[in-house]
Design a protein around this ligand. Structure first.
Ligand code: AGP
Length: 364
């Protein structure tokens, strides 16, 4: 087993460090930066021209990738909604022949996600599995499949597969826009250029890894709240899930604007708030940061390195290299993975096999 971890203490850390390579696999041959063409495997150009809306079904981290996908599609004018598969299976929504339902599932074996997709069998909706595992049940049972090509993930905490899911969804969103409208979206050039730079930017985060230091400063807090707005919202939810999953400490993710509608009552000087910034809506999230600071909480900001006002406001800054706001969320998430890993490691938790959890949840 030690040999399989290639010198890392845990599979999770190995898989976090594999992300530059796994993302290169995800994007390999799927777009050409010179003419900005997108070739998604065997999908013909115009293949999705009849689609008018997208519904996602997914669980856990894959649900957060789906939420991220909703933002990418929404910014391209395509209505999209993400359902928690456990709920969708009991309460499916009306669909028609212009609906594309995407099951996002790393393993392709999650019972709730499979059950949701099976609910659609006798409907006119088109189904697509976004999965990592070739020949998995989701891949076999849906109309179409798009593989994320992240390579095997052993750690129960999903890391590199989230990054590959979001990256594949970014390409698929742009492709859907082109098929539906006949032209690239306004975000197209920025997205494709930034996608090409992403593996190297992640490499630079992994080389510097500033989060280990913060675990000493913030140990023994009562609660860890992760907040974000827009694309930073699913990233905050994912940061909190990863944190609770492997540290066993209390963590919750919130839409930043939701704080004052309830959760603010929980904020004390023994709360740490981790605020995610992508370069979009930062001013509003900074107002939420000031609100929690006024109640005595400390704030760790994760933000692009050129976000000077964020740097001046938060108590501690974890910088990310600057990309397009659409992909800054992915870079911020890598820092959140490292933050959770270092906290859990300091607490000597069972990082690769957290208590009570399985890698693949095959029961409803
Ligand atoms: C993530 O860290 C979790 N282990 C879990 O939430 C997971 O993402 C979820 O069970 C869905 O799995 P899937 O992607 O294989 O469907």
């Amino acid at each position: 087993e030690d040999a399989e971890k290639s010198g890392y203490d845990h599979y999770m850390l190995k898989e976090i460090h594999e992300q530059p390579a796994s993302l290169n696999q995800t994007i390999h041959g799927r777009f050409d930066p010179t003419d900005e063409s997108i070739t998604l495997d065997d999908f013909e150009p115009g293949e999705f021209s009849d689609i008018s809306r997208v519904e996602f079904v997914a669980c856990g981290t894959s649900y957060h990738a789906a939420l991220y996908g909703c933002h990418l599609l929404g910014q391209r004018g395509i209505p999209a909604y993400a359902h928690r598969a456990g709920e969708y299976a009991s309460n499916p929504m009306p669909v028609d022949d212009e609906t594309l339902v995407i099951g996002v599932t790393q393993s392709g074996e999650t019972a709730d996600t499979l059950e949701s997709l099976r609910r659609l069998e006798d409907t006119p909706a088109r189904t697509l599995a976004l999965t990592n595992v070739i020949g998995s049940t989701a891949a076999r049972e849906t109309d179409d499949v798009l593989y994320i090509r992240a390579g095997p993930e052993i750690g129960v905490a999903a890391t590199k597969t989230f990054s590959s899911q979001v990256t594949a969804l970014a390409l698929l969103s742009e492709r859907l826009h082109r098929d539906i409208t006949g032209e690239p979206s306004a975000h197209s050039s920025g997205l494709l250029q930034s996608l090409g730079a992403l593996p190297e930017q992640i490499e630079s985060i992994l080389d510097s890894d500033p989060t280990a230091e913060l675990t000493r400063k913030y140990q023994g807090m009562d609660a860890h709240f992760f907040i974000g707005r827009g694309i930073a919202h699913p990233v905050a939810l994912e940061g909190a899930l990863k944190f609770k999953e492997i540290t066993y400490e209390h963590a919750e993710g919130f839409a930043a604007g939701q704080l004052k509608h309830g959760p603010l009552a929980l904020v004390t000087p023994n709360t740490v708030v981790i605020a995610v910034f992508t370069g979009d809506h930062d001013e509003k999230t900074l107002n939420n940061v000031r609100e929690v600071q006024a109640r005595g909480a400390s704030v760790i900001g994760i933000a692009p390195e050129d976000a000077t006002e964020v740097a001046a406001t938060v108590d501690d800054l974890i910088p990310i290299p600057s990309s397009t706001p659409e992909l800054n969320g992915l870079l911020a998430n890598v820092q959140l993975q490292l933050l959770s890993y270092h906290f859990a490691n300091r607490l000597e938790r069972s990082i690769d096999k957290p208590r009570n959890l399985a890698k693949s949840v095959t029961v409803e």
